[in-house]
Design a protein around this ligand. Sequence first.
Ligand SMILES: CC(C)CCC[C@@H](C)[C@H]1CC[C@H]2[C@@H]3CC=C4C[C@@H](O)CC[C@]4(C)[C@H]3CC[C@]12C
Length: 417
Amino acid sequence: MSLTIAPVKCEEKRDEQQHKSAWFQFMKSVATFRGDLTSLTAPPFLLAPRSIVEYSTYWSEHPRLLVSPAKEECPKRRALLVLQWFLSTLKHQHASRDENGKRKKMKPLNPFLGEIFLGKWVDDAGTTHLITEQVSHHPPATAYRIWNDAHGVRLEGHVSPKAYFSSTINIERQGYSILHIDKYNEDHWITMPKVHVEGIVTLQIAPELSGVSHIHSSSGYTTCINYSSKGWLKGKSNSFTAAIYPDNDESHPLFTLEGRWSDSYTIKDGKGKLLETVNLGSLRRTPLEVAPVESQHPLESRRAWKPVVDAINANDIFTTGHEKGKIENAQRALRKMERDAGKTWVRRYFSQVEEDPIAEKLAVKSKNSTSDGPGRMIWKFDEEKYKRIMENQHNGIKSPTRSRFDSGVGFLEIEEV
Ligand SMILES: CC(C)CCC[C@@H](C)[C@H]1CC[C@H]2[C@@H]3CC=C4C[C@@H](O)CC[C@]4(C)[C@H]3CC[C@]12C
């Protein structure tokens, strides 16, 4: 196979030459792989020093936008504010370059079962809390809950990325999120669009969105967001069009939005009159505050993965593999012990439920999207579990030192708190 490397900056070019063969080897294994791509091991130079559980952070990088619908009396305008907040979550989640324009390593670490990620945002919107937990390893599923009590807003959801190869790497995100607004007792059911990776031949990796995603509000509004990329529709990457309409009248949108989720977009009313142009790039982001690694719970992502992340950052391929292997082997050993003992891993913050009536009611409005609809695995934030953990923390009750399963592996020697 002959290949052309697109013109790139000088220092990037040297790295890319070096990575070319590892890359093609990797792509060959990807192309012939059948099954779940998330379990495929990417070449070290692509490994991101963070786990997929950290992706839930993107939901609330602009807490002000997340809580903004709570202050809006009109349900139509609330639907618009929910859409505007949703659009603000896409750019950095799918960016291939960081704030300084430097290429990001893109392949996130695969979370282990029980991995948690906790934090909070503190800014003029008050305190917004985040709890994320890897509730399933195979198939992968991440559950999260984000809430702001001052504004009476909470977001709860779970996502199950399903990857497959078809001319490139494609990822479907099954699952959904529900944004609840206390003041109006209103729910917004939200799905995520498909992602595929562009630029795999030239190694100019750029995630792109496609297909349709939805937001359904319990007040009777439907939002459809259509994603398109280069060579289609507007001919620009990261493009989208969105329309909000009453559930019973799909032909008369109340608002239409159009532009790029990585850049700027316009909002027009039902008559096509321009209301506003929004520049997503100029939005101020509030950083998530995460406890220092030393004081984290052993299952917290950054503590558990620290040796791996340090090795990735030090460009130490051998130690990266070795430390990753330690976690993977420990997990396998733990699963075996559970099987032998006839036990299952107790999720710390979430519990599996048979049905989710709110989601079921709102999901039926979507007919033709595979990632829509309540999946087979529904995970709900468990208020009881959370209360117990908070009470124990308050009373200074430490987790028992005895391990639930004596796996003999350092960080797994922990007990339910
Ligand atoms: C291995 C090489 C080709 C790098 C390719 C980058 C891929 C693996 C990256 C680019 C964008 C990423 C996705 C972006 C957002 C999410 C949402 C999160 O809730 C689950 C993971 C998921 C779905 C990511 C999975 C990994 C991803 C698809």
